[in-house]
Write a protein that binds this ligand. Structure first.
Ligand SMILES: *[C@@H]1O[C@H](CO)[C@@H](O)[C@H](O)[C@H]1NC(C)=O
Ligand SMILES: *[C@@H]1O[C@H](CO)[C@@H](O)[C@H](O)[C@H]1NC(C)=O
Ligand SMILES: *[C@@H]1O[C@H](CO)[C@@H](O)[C@H](O)[C@H]1NC(C)=O
Length: 618
């Protein structure tokens, strides 16, 4: 398998350097970054910084100190890191693997969406960039990608298996160039790079995604993998354990037995690294601009010198997007020496955009923190219990159907982030629930049938598995998809797979401060196929509790006994699953029976509930 060979040369964690300086955070009002024990970056001959699934979080996490650096800070960071590469005579490349949009007010709150985002994002010089599925759900988003981001990164944008349909001519054209061949700045290494999207089928009709197994048979691809090159770089909006990457790996490797192949993936929102053989390496760099991934490779990279006898060494780090950590990795800089003029300008652009969008407008003050997966469901601190017991009973109401008891079902994937104690702002609404789904219903469903639906949605994997894209796990949060993936795609023996180890893994903190050691902040404690030393920051582990695909509230039920019939109320997003479940229990309903239950998106209804029920000010 080569797993062990790939791990040779992976050093143990470099001596930890504790960070104690203080810093001004980038966005006004953002939490002060926190010091923590660090692991250093290991530089190689070819080095990469990788972002993925940033989902509009380019202002950083204003409520989470360990991720509060912004896109302007990343611009400054990349500047210093390029200078360090130049000093050493090595090369540094920046990669982004898509899903840059949807999931944060900075992108979603403007009309049209992304009014400020495109100009902010393009300020970073990204060397290899591709498309995620979120760039393609709405035709207008795909238009924006094609008309703004692709030209902004003209030389660097790659679309190996994605076409765009021109709205005027109706002509189908590649979204961007199919691959890119270039030379690195300092060592003049030849690179052939590809940019893929997984076999996504939910795109709007103005793009066409070609399944990866077809793309690798195209003549242009057959020719590209025969190019004279030193290294192949495959970036993709693809989980590093998904079959699409294996297909690409096999195709390239068959033709090029010795060439290093470096993969950068995303989509499943986790930190992860693996190797497909001893001369390949694959990195996934988390989500929401919490993580900047680092990969380096050393050894005989020139094709003339490559041989089985000259092994390569690979390193990876998951850099917390923490200003203090960025200072450290950039060579021990500080609040005065770190920000570049360009970086400051970009931070200022973000501040202006946030003000123009009034993202700090508070609907109310969250009395406590509600977690998605860090605390058990059901439970007092579970965001899902809060929705089930407090929010749904108030919002699943329509005056004309008030007298009819209802079951209200919401898929857990509709919630994308925790709610922190403190102001619940316009920004928070997009962060917590970035979707436009509305509450729909089927009237007067026999209770005996309706009450079974939730069980099937949550438990009947095999029934839905045969439905392909309708597998019921797609109703849950993407982070759980990653767990599923690690189970389905068996990890090599001895590997523990992911940072999630099932329910409530690892509740014991590494250090609690009582013995005089640094008190660790909670955060990622990643285990990947390389080991458990990937995170740049030593953290106390975070709990991860698995949540069901869907939750359900009984609303307007009689105090005793069961109702004859109920209105089955559910988020319109899960309509296909609900119809299958109803059919399974003998309820013969179709799309035609599904009607709107309440005006307004679930997100708007939730914000309205908060405005009414939580104190206005903190
Ligand atoms: C895509 O769908 C829209 C609305 O359903 C339709 O107006 C348009 O013609 C379709 N475009 C293509 C390229 O099929
Ligand atoms: C930063 O912004 C100032 C004022 O708009 C401008 O004059 C300057 O050229 C910008 N510098 C960079 C490096 O972008
Ligand atoms: C209640 O349902 C009716 C019929 O679907 C709809 O016209 C009305 O707008 C709904 N009321 C509210 C407050 O959403």
């Amino acid at each position: 398998m080569g797993w062990k060979a790939a791990a040779i040369g992976i050093g143990r964690a470099v001596a930890a350097a504790a960070l104690v300086r203080t810093a001004a955070a980038a966005q006004p009002g953002a939490a002060e970054p926190v010091p923590a024990p660090m692991r250093d970056l290991v530089w190689g001959r070819l080095n990469f910084l990788h972002t993925t699934d940033t989902h509009g979080w380019h202002a950083g996490h204003l409520q989470e100190p360990q991720y509060s650096a912004d896109w302007g800070d990343y611009v400054s960071f990349a500047h210093h890191m390029r200078a360090r590469a130049d000093e050493r005579g090595v090369d540094l490349l920046l990669v982004d693997t898509g899903d840059r949009v949807e999931g944060n007010g900075l992108y979603d709150a403007s009309n049209p969406k992304g009014k400020y985002y495109y100009d902010i994002y393009k300020e970073q010089h990204v060397d290899i960039i591709c498309t995620g599925n979120h760039e393609l759900y709405q035709a207008s988003t795909a238009d924006g990608e094609h008309l703004r981001t692709v030209p902004n990164f003209k030389q660097n944008y790659i679309a190996s298996n994605l076409d765009y349909i021109d709205p005027v001519s109706g002509k189908r054209v590649p979204m961007a160039q199919r691959y890119r061949k270039f030379q690195t700045k300092n060592q003049k290494l030849d690179i052939v790079a590809f940019g893929f999207l997984f076999d996504f089928t939910g795109n709007a009709n103005n793009t066409v995604v070609q399944p990866v197994h077809e793309t690798v048979r195209e003549q242009w691809f057959r020719d590209a993998i025969r190019e004279q090159t030193d290294v192949f770089v495959v970036i993709g909006h693809v989980g590093v354990r998904m079959p699409e990457f294996k297909t690409i790996f096999n195709a390239i490797r068959e033709q090029n037995p010795l060439t290093p192949i470096l993969f950068f993936g995303g989509h499943v929102h986790i930190r992860d690294a693996t190797a497909y053989d001893a001369r390949s390496f694959a990195l996934a760099s988390g989500r929401y601009f919490e993580t900047i991934g680092w990969m380096s490779v050393s050894g005989e990279l020139e094709r003339s010198a490559q041989s089985e006898a000259a092994p390569l060494s690979f390193h990876r780090r998951y850099i917390d997007n923490n200003l203090l950590g960025l200072y450290h990795h950039a060579g021990g800089l500080n609040a005065n020496t770190f920000p570049t003029e360009h970086g400051r300008n970009v931070s200022a652009m973000i501040t202006r955009a946030r003000q123009a969008l009034d993202l700090d407008y508070a609907f109310g003050c969250a009395p406590k923190t509600y977690w998605m997966s860090r605390s058990p469901y059901p439970g007092d601190d579970s965001i899902y219990s809060w929705i089930e017991t407090e929010v749904l009973p108030d919002i699943a109401v329509n005056a004309s159907r008030k007298h009819v008891p209802r079951l209200a079902i919401v898929n857990t994937g509709t919630i994308r982030f925790d709610i922190f104690k403190g102001p619940f702002t316009r920004d928070t609404t997009y962060i917590v629930s970035p979707f436009t789904s509305m509450l729909a219903y089927i009237p007067d469903v026999p209770y005996a049938v309706a009450k079974q639906v939730i069980k099937l949605l949550n438990n009947a994997g095999p029934i839905f598995a045969s439905a392909g894209p309708l597998h019921n796990r797609f109703m849950a949060i993407p982070e759980q998809l990653a767990i599923h993936e690690s189970i389905v795609n068996a990890a090599p023996p001895g590997s523990t797979g992911h940072q999630w180890e099932g329910e409530a893994a690892q509740q014991r903190p590494l250090a609690d401060g009582s013995d005089g050691r640094t008190r660790l902040t909670e955060g990622y404690t990643t285990k990947d196929d390389i080991g458990d030393d990937g995170d740049d920051t030593l953290h106390a582990p975070v709990n991860f509790y698995v949540v069901p695909n869907c939750i359900q509230a009984e609303v307007g039920f009689p105090p005793a006994g069961e109702p004859e019939t109920v209105d089955l109320v559910f988020l319109d997003f899960i309509t296909p699953w609900v119809l299958i479940a109803l059919k399974f229990f003998g309820g013969d309903y179709s799309e035609k029976d599904v009607q709107l239950y309440v005006e307004g998106s679930f997100t708007e209804l939730m914000a309205g509930w908060i405005e009414k029920n939580w104190p206005k000010h903190c």
